[in-house]
Design a protein around this ligand. Sequence first.
Ligand SMILES: [Zn+2]
Length: 268
Amino acid sequence: MAFKRSDKHAQAVGEQVRKLITEAKIEDEALLGIGIAMPGLVDTATGTVVYGRVIDNEGFTAEHFRPHLPADAVILHDSYAGGLAEAWAWGNLDNAFHISLNESVGGSVIFHNEVFRLEDGYPGEVGHITVDPGGEQCYCGMSGCVETVCSSTKLLDAGAQTMEEFFAILERDTKAAKAWDTYTDFLAITIRNIRALFGGEVILGGEVGAHMGPYLRDVWVKVENMALFGEHVKDYVKLSKQERHPVAAGAALHFIQEFLQDPGPQED
Ligand SMILES: [Zn+2]
């Protein structure tokens, strides 16, 4: 079900949520809330999508969905949700940067196992760092952003339907191998820049991170060739631990973490 700017779409989302809750046999009263993660910058204070060009959702708030949902709802930036899920899966990330390598590229900064957020600002927007000056035009108005060279579509354009299929044909398909070579050239530059800025672990997530498995070594080799300060790349370039539906898991974790921090009045 593709996103549409309409009440009919919000209603369809509500119906899917209702179906899921019924199947899971959960009472409405037991729901802490419903997290909705979307591509686009979300104002932390108001929960409004203030910049949404990937799926045309600018101006959206949770109010759009609330009439169709059985519990409180909140809209979260998808890369923030991905970071939440990653921190939860590791449990001990002191200083890390999580890159969401999906159709759109996002990132989140994790300090002391918490995703860094600002009331006024959007940290972690690695997708819009320039790595290919004069390269392809990005929707943000600049050209050669990480978004334009490390999007999962750059790999799928080689002729695969899914990331699983792409990595299955990679060994024997020259077009796929060429796409991977170019992709990892830019990913390595991106990783090097992130490491120079934050000095912590760089975690490769999203659809690409979840499927690259043994091909992580190709990334290691390229980063190693331009490694900073003689550091050992294997020590800090790692794959995500939250392979399955990280964005959805992170959206749910928003409410779970709130609850764990303040469970409310306890029954005797
Ligand atoms: Zn951009």
